[in-house]
Design a protein around this ligand. Structure first.
Ligand code: EZ4
Ligand code: CO
Length: 405
């Protein structure tokens, strides 16, 4: 007899930061986990799942992954958007996890099997000044990374995206009832950052892959100027140069520079990026498995990208759970045009709450051979860390007007 879903439960926990997890259980006792974390808006996805999706899952055949995706996407009328798509993403990953466990296979095998032995990954290096940034890069290289995202402070600004405060590693979300307000000055940033990236290239030599994230803060003209000014540094990519809503913004940038462009961590569907991909306006598409509808949908985005020589470079910050990272690594193993996986790393407590078969070694990630996604949840430990309100910062220009964070 066909197995049936008998429960779908939403687990919200905050082991150093908030995570939303969907736990799906079948009549045969198979448990699948999906990540539904949407940084700073966690409870909205928890409610969407708990109040509107979980009841519809009960009694469904868990093997019908694509049909369930279509049911939750097309069956709602109100399509797309980060909340809806993170909820669908969580269901999708939980069902792939169940399928893998039911068939006794790691998910990458079900996606067609390995096309590579391991997944190249990059991590974040950060410093308030160039000397500190170079130390941070040295430390990341010492643990094996061959690709590093370099972010530095900007003279005259007290907080800058991607740069840590105090002794802790960088974590953009801050606990508390209100978002932190930061002051941002794009001119100061543009005057400073090309010199920093040049110093980084000079320090590391030609081999290390260097990436940089402008976090949606530039106009197309400013972005084109930045791309041009760092062209000789042979960056692996410049990320999120312009706000991501405007799919035409990168055309001007493209016309002026050969620096590779990456975008898409805030995209939810293939409809957010099909133009960028099919018009060859980007080199890397950065959708996260959780925020773009799960493995089933991101697989389609990557397939479209393959036609246009665009590579996958999924988002992998600390705010997507180890379940999403595992799902991303499985998909990467089976995707010919996969480029690189962001791997910010997790607090040891997060690794303990989500014990995982995936592992990092010598700059590469591998999914492990555990059936399913290979990430479980220590629910008892998680329950000791209840949800805490936390927000990403907001940014204002020097004149007080709001700008993109
Ligand atoms: O700011 O995940 O490339 N990585 C990033 C991240 C994002 C956060 C937002 O939740 O841009 O650090
Ligand atoms: Co980014």
């Amino acid at each position: 007899m066909k197995d049936r879903i008998v429960s779908a439960e939403v687990l919200v926990c905050s082991p150093t930061r908030n995570f939303v997890t969907l736990k799906v259980v079948t009549a045969d006792g198979v448990v699948g986990y999906g990540d539904a974390t949407l940084n700073g808006r966690e409870l909205s996805v928890a409610s969407y799942l708990r109040d509107h999706v979980a009841p519809l899952l009960i009694g469904r055949d868990p093997s019908r992954i694509e049909d369930t995706w279509q049911y939750l996407y097309r069956g709602v009328y109100w399509r797309r958007g980060p909340v809806t798509m993170a909820a669908i993403g969580a269901v999708d990953v939980a069902l792939w996890d169940i399928k893998g466990k039911t068939l006794g296979q790691p998910v990458y095998q079900l996606l067609g099997g390995a096309v590579r032995d391991r997944i190249l990954s990059y991590t974040h290096a950060t410093g308030w000044d160039t000397a500190e940034l170079l130390d941070s890069i040295n430390a990341k290289r010492a643990i094996g990374f061959q690709a590093v995202r370099a972010q530095s402070g900007v003279p005259g600004l007290d907080s800058v995206y991607g740069v840590h405060r105090g002794a802790q590693g960088y974590e953009p979300a801050g606990r508390g009832a209100y978002p932190v307000e930061e002051t941002w000055d794009t001119d100061a940033y543009l005057n400073h950052v090309p010199g920093v990236l040049a110093a980084v290239r000079d320090h590391v030599g030609p081999e290390l892959k260097i990436l940089h994230d402008a976090h949606h803060r530039l106009t197309p003209q400013q972005a084109a100027r930045l791309g041009k000014s760092v062209e000789d540094l042979d960056l692996y990519w410049l990320e999120d140069l312009t706000p991501a809503e405007d799919q035409n913004a990168l055309r001007l940038v493209r016309q002026h520079t050969t620096t590779p462009l990456a975008i898409g961590e805030v995209f939810n569907t293939i409809w957010d990026c099909h133009h960028l991909i099919s018009e060859n306006l980007i080199d890397f598409i950065r959708v996260a498995i959780v925020h773009a509808g799960g493995i089933s949908h991101v697989r389609k985005i990557f397939a479209l990208a393959e036609v246009h020589q665009v590579r996958g470079g999924p988002h992998g910050p600390s705010d997507v759970s180890p379940i999403t990272l595992g799902a991303s690594v499985h998909l990467g193993m089976a995707t010919p045009n996969f480029g690189i996986q962001e791997f910010m790393g997790y607090d040891p407590l997060v690794d303990e709450v989500f014990p995982h078969a995936w592992s990092f070694d010598d700059g590469y990630l591998t999914p492990g051979e555990q059936p399913g996604i290979g990430v479980e949840m220590n629910e008892e430990l998680a329950s000791l860390y209840p949800y805490e309100p936390a927000y990403l910062p907001v940014a204002r220009r020097r004149d007080g007007s709001m700008t993109d964070w």
